[in-house]
Design a protein around this ligand. Structure first.
Ligand code: PLP
Length: 399
């Protein structure tokens, strides 16, 4: 009886909080995509143009990935059955890790169930009490959570501010056992790129290790889509730990960590989110493996993504809508107020274009934005249509 009372009072509390979110335009809800993840799909039973997925290369519904996923299921079934260290390491895990190591040009790779848990694993395993983490102020939530759980001292440097990072390194380098600098390579909401050569140089000068999150760079940056290292001409000696997801441009799910063998062996032995979680299932592994092979054979997809992105950014600029010239498919259009942002998102949807609005706490207050993402399976004519819609509302929304 007392339980049901506490449930009632807790539900009442939660309702007050949810109502509060709704009042300030920050209540979140989900929209159901009823077709596959691809540029032209269905939402709530209506055809729409999908401009907010991270499926940058349009691989999520590619026949080659679908067939590879099906074959993996036929051959190996639906589950890994256990964590990798119990009975869950299957042939496909090894094959995918070898393919990713060759693709990333690193000695060794370990696959994780998602980018979120890969970041938790890296940050809680490799540093701890007595160590220090230097983290960019706009790093992804999974990095923020990993830093909090690590028990290392946390020093946050201003977004992409190398001088500030150096100041923090200078002030504290000698006092800690291990020093880790962590940054997104492509920032997930703004689409800008971290100054990695400068970060790597500072790391060497101050005896720190660099961890880079290539979630939005894998399949996107570099001529072959190999990520931020390829983009800047760096390697695994400069960027000690590179992680990336298989769930965005690579069209499947899961994540990888790439680096020197000792890092990987240590993670296998110590990373709790690796040790205590059922491994990725065959379908995801088969599809990921096909994506890596396809990307190696057809780097033209990466070039197409870049041309479409340039075309769209130029189109917005012609409308005098402020956009950066970053070569990434994440194109934020700042509206400011959360309610107005969601109203504009709803208007686009009425016109058959799905662009998600992003509000606090994901972005800073007053910085709510429409986050447009480009994917390689769009046509230039699709982008013309979207640009025409932006042209209709730009004055009224002061874009
Ligand atoms: C999406 C994302 C992740 C998490 O990857 P998942 O595989 O989706 O869990 C990690 N870091 C960044 C920067 C991301 O955008």
């Amino acid at each position: 009886m007392s339980d049901s009372f506490s449930q009632k009072s807790m539900l009442a509390d939660l309702k007050v909080e949810l109502d509060g979110l709704e009042e300030v335009g920050q209540l979140r809800f989900m929209r159901t995509v009823s077709g596959p993840q691809q540029a032209h799909t269905m939402l709530d039973g209506r055809p729409i143009l999908l401009l907010c997925s991270n499926n940058y290369l349009g691989l999520a519904n590619h026949p080659r990935l679908r067939i590879a996923g099906q074959k993996a299921v036929e051959q190996y079934g639906c589950s890994a059955g256990a964590s990798r260290l119990i009975s869950g390491t299957m042939r496909l895990h090894g094959e995918l890790e070898e393919a990713l190591a060759a693709f990333k040009k690193v000695p060794k790779v370990l696959v994780f169930n998602s980018g979120y848990v890969a970041n938790l694993a890296l940050l809680t395993t490799l540093v701890g009490a007595g160590d220090v983490i230097y983290s960019d102020s706009l790093n992804h939530a999974s990095i923020v959570d990993g830093c909090r759980l690590s028990r290392a001292q946390l020093k946050i440097y201003r977004h992409c501010d190398i001088a500030h990072l150096e100041e923090l390194l200078k002030g504290s380098a000698a006092t800690f056992r291990r020093r880790l600098i962590v940054t997104d390579s492509v920032f997930s909401m703004d689409g800008d790129i971290a100054p990695l050569p400068e970060v790597a140089a500072l790391a060497r000068r101050y005896d720190a290790v660099v961890m880079v999150d290539d979630a939005h760079a894998t399949g996107v940056l570099g001529a072959g889509g190999r990520g931020s290292a390829e983009h800047f001409g760096l390697d695994y000696n400069d960027l000690d730990l590179q992680m990336g997801t298989l769930g965005k441009a690579l069209g499947s799910c899961g994540a990888y960590v790439a680096g020197a063998p000792q890092f990987i062996d240590y993670l296998i032995n110590k990373a709790r989110s690796f040790i205590y979680s059922t491994a990725l299932p065959p379908a995801a592994l088969g599809a990921s493996l096909a994506a890596v092979e396809l990307l190696s054979e057809e780097p033209g997809r990466v070039a197409r993504l870049r041309s479409l992105t340039d075309y769209f950014r130029q189109g917005l600029r012609r409308l005098e809508i402020a956009v950066s010239d970053d070569p990434t498919p994440i194109v934020p259009v700042v509206v400011g107020d959360p309610q107005r942002t969601m109203a504009l998102s709803a208007w686009f949807l009425e016109h058959g274009v799905f662009i998600q609005g992003i509000r606090p706490p994901t972005v800073a207050p007053g910085q709510s934005l429409l986050r447009v993402t480009i994917s390689a399976d769009l046509e230039y004519s699709d982008l013309d249509r979207v640009l025409a819609l932006f042209a209709e509302r730009r004055n009224e929304f002061k874009l």
